[in-house]
Write a protein that binds this ligand. Structure first.
Ligand code: MN
Length: 128
């Protein structure tokens, strides 16, 4: 069974680029376009990895991540942040919120499959 990836993104173009790229590499994709839907889809679909936009309607990606980390089933699910807004110190904030890595926007479609494969193989940092 291919790994299932939940992509949370409210920008249609960015959603399309990410999902098409990962589908092409054989992954099973599910989508959410706002923070509340992200929580619902995560609980319903039990993805192996989550790609999370930060600026989202209803609930931002950091809050969604924090809420997911409170649910035992999601303690070990890798979450990669997807955002154009990584300023100095943002990476630390994302990690503190429970994210495991960072994908800059616009997405580099040649790098994305490798990042996802590495994260799936490695899993979450065991100390967190
Ligand atoms: Mn957004």
């Amino acid at each position: 069974m291919p790994a299932k990836i939940l992509v949370v993104e409210d920008n249609l173009q960015s959603m399309k680029v990410v999902t098409m790229t990962l589908k092409y590499h054989g992954y099973n994709l599910v989508q959410a376009s706002d923070g509340e839907q992200a929580l619902e889809m995560a609980v319903k679909e039990k993805p192996d990895l989550i790609i999370m936009d930060i600026r989202l309607p209803k609930m931002d990606g950091m809050e969604v991540t924090q809420k997911l980390r409170e649910i035992p089933a999601f303690k070990r699910t890798p979450i990669l942040v997807l955002t154009a807004y990584a300023m100095k110190g943002d990476k630390e904030k994302f990690l503190a919120a429970g994210c495991d890595g960072y994908i800059p926007k616009p997405v580099n479609t040649r790098q994305l499959p490798g990042l996802v494969a590495d994260m799936l193989a490695k899993g979450r940092n065991k100390t967190t």
